[in-house]
Design a protein around this ligand. Structure first.
Ligand SMILES: C[S@@+](CC[C@H](N)C(=O)[O-])C[C@H]1O[C@@H](n2cnc3c(N)ncnc32)[C@H](O)[C@@H]1O
Length: 273
């Protein structure tokens, strides 16, 4: 496991994922009944944009730094911008929130959040960050296994799946996990993040997912450049399982702005399966 999210925190893919996550949580918070959230690949929870990893990659500079300075960002980014202001005040963007920070902040009394992380050093940082937060547990565990074992058998649940895709079996494990989670709880929703490298891999994943029939799917692609070099991350995709109806419009706005403003001859596409 070589992947370290500190190199990538605040890049275009984080903006898409975290803006979408906050919009989804805001909608779920308006509905009655407590929500259980499981984050299969949580990371450390908070990132230092002035640290050596972020400075070396320059990805945050091309992502969150540009969003914070943009005069034309759509309203769908407002909750992420507000989270950045809460962490950084009016100063330059230095701290960037990971999914654990964002989810823990959105949690209401009586709700629960299980954050899974497999790397001991990242888990230790996550555990420290989440200490004392009501309803939150940080587990040193395989997130796919934990999601299947710990999704409540009834009630509202949201599973966030955001693997590093270092291993080729991530695609298969996502499909198996979503199918198993939905067998356990038909009310469970899921938000999955995937890289867009080449279309064959992504289309193959979507076909396998449709065959597993977990439920209604919304797909949002953010293409940062034409998908001509499969060795590069040319964009990213979100797959939302059984989410609120207006998330198609929301994801269209988030992905569209990101591709047009931060990308090079890319584009965005949102469709249902
Ligand atoms: C893309 S990062 C997660 C970023 C985080 N979701 C966020 O939005 O802030 C992926 C993380 O998954 C961890 N990881 C890799 N394989 C895992 C597994 N099978 N179960 C749990 N965590 C895993 C990596 O160590 C890494 O910290």
């Amino acid at each position: 496991m070589n992947y370290r999210h500190a190199f990538h925190a605040g890049n275009f893919a984080d903006l898409v994922k975290h803006a979408a996550l906050l919009q989804l949580l805001a909608r779920l918070n308006r509905e009655p009944g407590p929500l259980s959230v499981i984050d299969t690949h949580a990371g450390r929870g908070l990132y230092d944009l002035a640290g050596p990893e972020a400075l070396k990659s320059g990805e945050a500079e091309a992502g969150i730094v540009r969003l914070m300075a943009a005069p034309d960002a759509p309203a769908e980014f407002a909750p992420l911008i507000a989270a950045m202001r809460k962490l950084n005040g009016a100063g330059p963007p230095r701290r960037y929130p990971g999914s654990p920070w964002l989810i823990a902040e959105a949690l209401r009394p009586g709700e629960s959040y299980l954050a899974c992380e497999l790397r001991p050093d990242e888990h230790a940082a996550l555990h420290d960050r989440m200490k004392g937060k009501r309803g939150v547990r940080a587990l040193l565990a395989d997130g796919y296994e934990a999601a299947v074992a710990q999704t409540p058998a009834s009630g509202r649940a949201l599973i966030l799946i955001d693997p590093p895709f270092e291993r080729s079996d991530d695609y298969v494990r996502i499909v198996e996990t979503l199918a198993a989670v939905r067998r356990r709880n038909r009310q469970a929703m899921a938000l999955v993040w995937l890289p867009l490298k080449d279309l064959e891999t992504f289309d193959g994943f979507l076909r396998d997912l449709e065959d597993a029939e977990p439920g209604p799917l919304l797909v949002a692609e953010t293409r940062m450049r034409p998908l001509t070099d499969p060795l590069k991350m040319n964009g990213c995709a979100l797959v939302l399982l059984d989410g609120p109806a207006d998330m198609a419009r929301v994801l269209g706005a988030i992905c569209g702005w990101t591709a047009e403003t931060l990308g090079q001859s890319g584009g965005a596409r949102t469709y249902r399966l």
